[in-house]
Design a protein around this ligand. Structure first.
Ligand SMILES: *Cc1c(COP(=O)(O)O)cnc(C)c1O
Length: 430
């Protein structure tokens, strides 16, 4: 039965057998992922019970949104899940970049300095901070920026960080995921060590973590190891695929209050902000998020094993411990990159009949190809892939709302590579 449906979906017997063989070797790793998902699922349910989540919280608010009990309960649940004092979880935080912008700009003042001790932050933040000139950047408001890169071996440059911290240093921004940088993703444990070091140099400095793609991958979150604020997007892990928009900021109550004053207005803060019927999607999405994240993680590990054995370099590699859901595969040729993305698209529940084509995306110095057949536009907790058309022709992909969809999409990508003559199944059978 299973073989027949896979076959009808365009997966050959050879690719299916090869995939199942790879999966047989991943049982222990998948069990570990399930154990973490179970812990996070229990944490979420515990927070929902503690805050007496009730059907009335799924009701809508309009206008000013005063007394929106659903919104207030959602924020208390987030705070508890992340082990934080308070939370701001809003549809008006339009994306991850916006949530990070609010968290930064709400907590610095002219003359203050922001420090990144882990190298260059995510692309969009360069404009926010003013690392590259951008109208409205924090640099225009007299906020300066300092950066300390990781050492060649990936360690923190503790001496450099110590020297970079000065009387102006107000906030340290730590990006958990590697984004598109070649460095490794940071584990929560390493983030904790870094924060402890920074606080030993200057106790009052605010430590903020860009938590994008890291939520629920481990048993603990950065707010549980000393981060003053954790920030992320709801169309990634914590939205569970159901949140149609949104961002979150969790952390110290005084800092979250500053964020609320920046997001709405000084004095109004968290009291306003109609939720227009979205509370249920946010809450139910958080409920599903631990399991959704686990599925995406299994997909990433499956792909790394599938492709590495076929001779493609993967980052992280097939064996490595995971701290986020992103997988990169160096496909080595434009044809490979295009075939991979075609396969992901063809395996999608939405827009499966569309063929992705490379195009000159603004801000990139080469054509880019993207695959996404998503229920929510741009959602990257849904299975999605993209890559720039220059060597090493690496594809970056992530997501999958269910493990079985991630599996199908990755198998489709592999099948496309085989069909294009870029992988020879004969070489893999022995
Ligand atoms: C996705 C991401 C962001 C930005 O989020 P958007 O929702 O795309 O604006 C910031 N930092 C990291 C590490 C990310 O992965």
């Amino acid at each position: 039965m299973k073989e027949k449906i896979y076959n009808e979906l365009g997966i050959s017997e050879k690719v299916l057998n090869y995939s199942e063989e790879i999966l047989n070797g991943l049982k222990e790793r998948f069990e570990k992922i399930d154990r973490i998902a179970e812990i996070n699922q229990l944490k979420v349910i515990k927070a929902m019970q503690k805050n007496r989540l009730a059907a009335e919280h799924f009701e809508s608010s309009t206008g000013y949104g005063y007394d929106d009990a659903g919104r207030e309960t959602l924020e208390k649940i987030y705070a508890d899940v992340f082990g934080a004092e308070d939370a701001l979880v809003r549809p008006t935080l339009t994306c991850g970049t916006h949530a990070l912008t609010v968290a930064l700009s709400a907590n610095v003042r002219p003359g203050d300095e922001i420090l990144s001790p882990v190298g260059k932050p995510y692309d969009t933040l360069e404009g926010v901070i003013g690392i590259r000139p951008q109208k409205g950047s924090l640099a225009e408001y007299g906020v300066t920026y300092a950066q300390v890169d990781l050492l060649k071996n990936g360690d923190f440059d503790l001496e450099g960080i110590k020297n970079a911290i000065n009387e102006k240093t107000k906030l340290v921004t730590i990006q958990r995921s590697k984004g598109y940088e070649p460095r490794k993703t940071l584990s929560v444990e390493r983030i904790g060590e870094l924060i402890a070091f920074i606080k030993s140099v200057k106790p009052e400095v605010i430590c903020m973590v860009d938590n994008c793609y890291g939520e629920f991958v481990e048993e603990i979150e950065p707010t549980e190891v000393g981060a003053d604020m954790c920030v992320g997007s709801l169309i990634k892990n914590p939205g569970g695929g159901l949140a149609p928009i949104g961002g979150y900021i969790v952390g110290r109550a005084d800092l979250v209050e500053n964020c609320a004053f920046r997001l709405t207005a000084p004095g109004l803060g968290k009291e306003v902000g109609a939720t227009l019927g979205l509370n249920r999607s946010f809450i139910q999405g958080l409920f599903l998020a631990p399991v959704v994240t686990a599925g995406a993680l299994k997909g990433a590990i499956f792909a790394a094993n599938l492709y590495e054995k076929a001779g493609f370099e993967c980052v992280p590699d097939a064996k490595e411990e995971r701290y986020d859901i992103i997988q990169a595969v160096k496909l080595g040729s434009p044809e490979g990159l295009i075939a991979f993305c075609k396969g992901i698209q063809a395996g999608a529940p939405v827009d499966s009949y569309v063929t992705p084509e490379p195009w000159p995306m603004p801000g990139y110095h080469s054509d880019v190809i993207m695959a996404a057949g998503a229920f929510i536009q741009g959602s990257s907790i849904e299975l999605s892939a993209d890559g720039p058309l220059y060597p090493p022709y690496a594809v970056y992909f992530q997501g999958g709302l269910t493990w079985y969809h991630a599996k199908l999409g990755i198998m489709k990508s592999f099948q496309e590579m085989v069909n294009a003559g870029l992988i020879n199944m004969g070489d893999l059978e022995r």
